[in-house]
Design a protein around this ligand. Structure first.
Ligand SMILES: Nc1ncnc2c1ncn2[C@@H]1O[C@H](COP(=O)(O)OP(=O)(O)OP(=O)(O)O)[C@@H](O)[C@H]1O
Length: 253
């Protein structure tokens, strides 16, 4: 495998401090993600998907174990260092895209650079590069209210990668979209991954979305119980994922 972008080692996450009220959301989870991979995290509601993504994004602390991102162990970092690390090294795509309505598309895409105090020509260059990767060059001077849903998604994707993050983290990015727009966003992620080598980790409960990934990690009750690698076509992978979901469902009966 290519060099690791993420290394998760024996991670446990327990919510709540009192023993009787505590809940183990992640149970001894270990895996790594190589550079240029598109990895999905699947599991039923409450299985720990968001908790896993948030601990990798350093938005939440692990109870034990370690997480290394692009060679940096984020587990022991202080709050201020973490904020800085997150802003520099990670890109995010949220379910509702979070574009700021009173800023142009250009300014929205540039936000991660402004947050790092970048100014002048280098900002213009980076925004144009990111916009070019997503075919957004013609919409840069518009406001979010003036562009389509699909263009909003692409603007959010451009914003997630404008600062050359080590990886993009996406939490149910298609959750609020109709099927046409969901497909558009997934194709965009696939394009960034395949043609630009962007490393992506995407949390989803949806088999169709997951079929765009190259590898899927399955969580159940906070445990990583299976991995699935895509070897054939996306359609074949989709069917394999549906079969796995049916198997997991049967076990619960
Ligand atoms: N802040 C918290 N305090 C206590 N328990 C929590 C907290 N956050 C999550 N949990 C619990 O941890 C478990 C895992 O939650 P998580 O949100 O990671 O699941 P998920 O797989 O993302 O679910 P969904 O698909 O419904 O979003 C759940 O049982 C949840 O109730």
């Amino acid at each position: 495998m290519a060099s690791s972008v993420v290394k998760v080692e024996d991670v446990n996450k327990v919510y709540g401090s009192r023993k009787e009220a505590s809940y183990q959301a992640l149970d001894n989870v270990s895996f790594s993600i190589g550079e240029g991979e598109f990895v999905g995290v699947m599991g039923a509601s409450g299985s720990g998907k968001t908790t896993l993504l948030q601990t990798i994004a350093a938005l939440d602390r692990v109870t034990s174990g370690s997480i290394t991102i692009a060679g940096t162990n984020v587990t022991d970092m202080k709050e201020k260092e973490l904020t800085d690390f997150r802003a520099r090294r990670l890109g995010f795509i949220f379910q509702d895209f979070n574009l700021l309505e009173n800023m142009t598309v250009y300014e929205n895409i540039a936000l991660p650079l402004f947050l790092q105090n970048q100014k002048g020509g280098s900002v213009r260059e980076e925004v144009q590069r990111a916009a070019g990767m997503l075919g957004m060059e013609d919409t840069l001077s518009k406001y979010p209210a003036m562009i389509s849903g699909g263009q909003k998604q692409r603007a959010a994707a451009a914003r997630a990668l404008v600062h050359h993050p080590s990886m993009i983290l996406a939490d149910e990015p298609t959750g609020a979209l109709d099927s046409g727009n969901a497909k558009g966003l997934l194709e965009t992620l696939q394009h960034l991954n395949e043609n630009h080598g962007v490393t992506i980790m995407m949390v989803t409960h949806d088999a169709f979305s997951a079929s765009y990934c190259g590898r899927i990690l399955f969580l159940e009750d906070g445990r990583l119980y299976k991995e699935m690698q895509r070897n054939g076509t996306r359609e074949e992978f989709f069917k394999q994922i549906l079969d796995e979901q049916a198997e997991a469902g049967k076990k619960k009966l």
